[in-house]
Design a protein around this ligand. Structure first.
Ligand SMILES: N[C@@H](CCC(=O)N[C@@H](CS)C(=O)NCC(=O)O)C(=O)O
Length: 267
């Protein structure tokens, strides 16, 4: 087992991630809440670094995040979070009770299969052109050719060119509203999404909803979603969550450029 020279008692842990948003934010919250020292590798998605051969060797899907622990790779943000909680000392991030642990997993699955994809398609529709418009058609095709997954190639191409249809955007927007309503209902019944304590369910949902009170105030606000707003405040005040949000974000400006357009869909 290779030891990190800075923390000789800690096995070498490296996280490859992008700006603190979506799936990267999800794992950053878990690793910071856990308090495990790690080496951060920023992968600039706006420069297509996730498709470079060196990174594809780490994650054959060409996506962040990816965790490297003692030279072993773990991918999939939700799996990474469970792994971190299982392997490292520190505050428990999963309920001990099997029922609530199952409920936690229902939330993380819901985020991965429903909430995150809906939000992601809307975001890509509005933001990808800020990244791809500076490329010539030849440069763009060369970038696309390196993307390992056909589905991701299609998503980049559609988002960069014609975009998605209004019908598709409306449907994803409905799914985001459904996700918000489901969170609001749960937070009316329990203080955290999987019961009495913070868990990976909160990390997953917050990673998707972090920007919503600011970006989509007509959807997430004190009058319509008071429980969610109070939870958002409690989440934002947690030192681990704050540390995750404060991770460097060199692409903030490009992101902001697409946000107002995105907000108009999510209302
Ligand atoms: N199911 C994967 C999804 C990972 C994912 O979609 N990552 C996005 C960032 S949030 C990404 O790397 N996108 C860049 C690309 O697909 O080219 C997970 O949860 O880790």
């Amino acid at each position: 087992m290779l030891a990190d020279p800075l923390y000789p008692e800690t096995p070498m842990l490296e996280l490859y991630h992008a700006e603190p948003a979506a799936n990267s934010l999800k794992t950053l919250i878990a690793i910071k809440e856990k308090g495990v020292p790690f080496t951060s590798h920023f992968v600039n998605l706006h420069k297509f670094e996730q498709h470079e051969p060196a990174f594809v060797k780490i994650n054959p899907n060409g996506q962040v995040p990816a965790l490297l622990h003692d030279g072993k790779v773990i991918t999939e943000s939700t799996v990474i979070n469970e792994y971190l909680d299982e392997v490292f000392e520190g505050p428990a991030l999963r309920p001990a009770d099997p029922y609530w642990r199952a409920r936690m997993r229902v939330w993380t699955k819901f985020v991965d299969e429903y909430f995150c994809p809906a939000l992601s398609f809307i975001a890509w529709h509005h933001m990808i052109r800020n990244i791809t418009d500076r490329l010539t058609p030849e440069e763009f095709e060369a970038k696309i050719a390196r993307i390992p997954l056909k589905e991701q190639q299609d998503k980049w191409r559609t988002s960069a060119r014609q975009g998605y249809t209004q019908e598709q955007l409306d449907d994803w927007s409905r799914q985001v509203r459904t996700s918000i309503a489901r969170m609001e209902k749960q937070l009316g019944e329990t203080p955290w999404l999987a019961g009495a304590a913070f868990s990976l369910a909160d990390a997953s949902c917050f990673a998707m909803a972090a920007g919503m009170p600011r970006m989509s105030p007509s959807l997430v606000n004190a009058k319509d979603t008071p429980k969610l707003m109070a939870w958002h405040e409690r989440m934002s005040a947690r030192p681990g969550v704050r540390a995750a949000l404060e991770m460097p974000n060199p692409v903030r400006e490009t992101m902001e450029a697409g946000r107002s357009k995105m907000a108009s869909v999510l209302s």
